[in-house]
Structures are given as C-alpha cells and as structure tokens.
Design a protein around this ligand. Structure first.
Ligand code: SIN
Length: 283
C-alpha cells in the first residue's frame, strides 16, 4: 500500500449521503489505489467532497479523467471555447443560478453524464451551498405497490425549460445557455426507476427540472404522480448540504443522486468550474 493511500480518510457527512475525503492532493498524479478508493467512496456515498485543493483547469481535467472521458455539454455557451469546462457564475444581482431546482444533470440527453466534478473557484463567505439527495433511499422508501407500478413506467425528459429562446434564462443570470434560433429541443425517455450499472441498486430517476411527463399518459394523469415523486425524492432524511470554500470540490454520481444549488448569496458573486463524465443510457 502506498503512503498516499494510507493517508486518505473518508468521513460521512450525513446519515444518507455524502462523504468528505481528506489526506489527498487531487491536483497531483493519483496512484491506482487512490483512484480505486475515491471510486469506492463515490459508489458508497453518491457524492464525495474534498477541501483545500488548488486546481488549474488542466489538473481538474486530469483528476476527472481518472474516472472516465469528459462530457461536452450540449446547452451551455462556453466562456472560453472549451466544450468540456462549464464556468458556473453568479454575478451580483442575478435573479437565478444554474441548478436552482432539484435535478440530476442533463437527463434530457440520451446518455446523460454519469458524474460531475464541481470546483469552487471563488465562493462567497456564506450562502451558495449545494444540497444532494440519495435516490437509492428515495426508491427504497416507497411501498411495494408503488415500486411495482413505477418500474413499468418511462418518463419524458426535455431541455425545453432550460435552454432555447422560449426559456428566457439568460436575462436572469450570468451563465448563459443556448438561446439561438438553431437550438432544437432534446427529448428522451428514461425509466422512472433506473438500475445503477455498477452497484446494481435501483434508484428513482425523475426530477423537477427536466422531467416533463410520463410516457403514454395525459398531463392530468402524470402530473400528480410526478409531483408526489419530486417531493418524496428529496425528503430531508435523504439529503446532505455542502458548505463551499475556495478550493472545495464536489464529485457526484448522477446515476443515484439529485442536487440543488441554493440561490441565497444576495449581492455576493460565486464562481465555480464544472467538468462532467460521459455516461450510459439509463436502464
Ligand atoms: C449544478 O451543477 O447544478 C450547479 C451546482 C452548484 O453550482 O452548486
């Protein structure tokens, strides 16, 4: 066992989800054992946090590539021409922020990103926390009858309310999405209950931000069921809340958790850098 491995400490931050990993510099080259331990912690806790890191974009990319290949986001307007790096910025006066409702990332894509690595570049003294909710626990807490019913259903996911000229998000926030005339809605169907391809566990996979309906159902039929699931999925006992500092990193698994960026920073600004990992089609 290398010395880097033996220094790593993994400490859960809540009963349901999240663990902080200390004793490791993720900006440097990682041993295969370190990568394996981080991966195991991610699979066990759905989101892992690091503090006190100092990551250039290249180091951020090198860390993320330990776990897969980089995802190019279809919707954000790149700040610097790099299709993989999303600069999530809240400017003073912004009315909205990226991720300000519960969601799993980019679920309207046919193969949504499996994970996201978010780095705190310049964060406010207080406010701007991110919450996470464990979707295995959300599924497991349902009754057997509800589980059976949901397992037969597929949900409609779309970016209709998140990009394009009709979404009008750009006027309310510094981080810009595509609003050009060539933008076209992306719609995909995914199972309401997905199976994690590595752990084999079942997780709820619907979210308030991009799940618009249920396959072969009328709006008035699907809406009450989806409303129940949106509220149930993020019950406090399934969540944790992460307080950012400059140099903090959150690495989450979109296949088993949702997250929520709290828009409570008042006049302060907040700058983050996010990379994502390619994922598979949910099943
Ligand atoms: C997101 O990826 O949804 C943004 C999270 C955050 O900025 O805290």
């Amino acid at each position: 066992m290398s010395s880097a491995v033996s220094q790593v400490v993994i400490r859960p931050v809540a009963g349901a989800i999240g663990a902080e990993i200390s004793g490791i510099d993720i900006g440097g080259p990682l041993s295969p054992q370190d990568v394996a331990r981080i991966n195991e912690a991610l699979l066990a806790h759905c989101v892992v946090f690091f503090r006190g890191q100092d990551l250039s974009l290249d180091q951020h990319k090198a860390f993320t590539r330990n776990f897969g290949t980089l995802y190019a986001h279809p919707m954000f307007v790149s700040e610097d021409g790099d299709p993989h790096a999303i600069h999530i910025v809240r400017a003073p006066g912004d009315k909205m922020v990226v991720g300000d409702d519960w969601h799993s990332d980019t679920t309207f894509a046919a193969a949504p990103p499996m994970g996201s690595v978010l780095y705190g570049v310049d964060v406010p003294q207080y406010g701007g926390d991110t919450m996470f909710a464990n979707q295995y626990l959300a599924y497991e807490a349902l009754s057997p009858g509800m589980k059976r019913m949901l397992e037969a259903l597929r949900a409609v996911h779309s970016d209709r309310n998140r990009a394009g000229p009709q979404a009008v998000l750009n006027a309310a926030r510094a981080t810009k999405v595509r609003e050009d005339a060539n933008w076209r809605e992306t719609i995909n169907l995914h199972p309401v209950v997905r199976t994690h391809p590595v752990t084999g566990r079942k997780a709820l996979y619907v979210n308030r931000m991009t799940t618009l309906g249920l396959e072969d159902m009328k709006e008035e039929e699907s809406r009450p069921l989806l409303e129940f699931l949106f509220v149930h999925a993020v019950r406090p006992e399934f969540t944790c809340r992460f307080r950012w500092e400059n140099g903090s990193v959150a690495f989450w698994d979109n296949r088993c958790c949702q997250h929520f960026a709290i828009n409570d920073t008042g006049h302060a600004s907040r700058r983050m850098r996010r990379l994502q990992l390619n994922g598979d089609r949910p099943f």
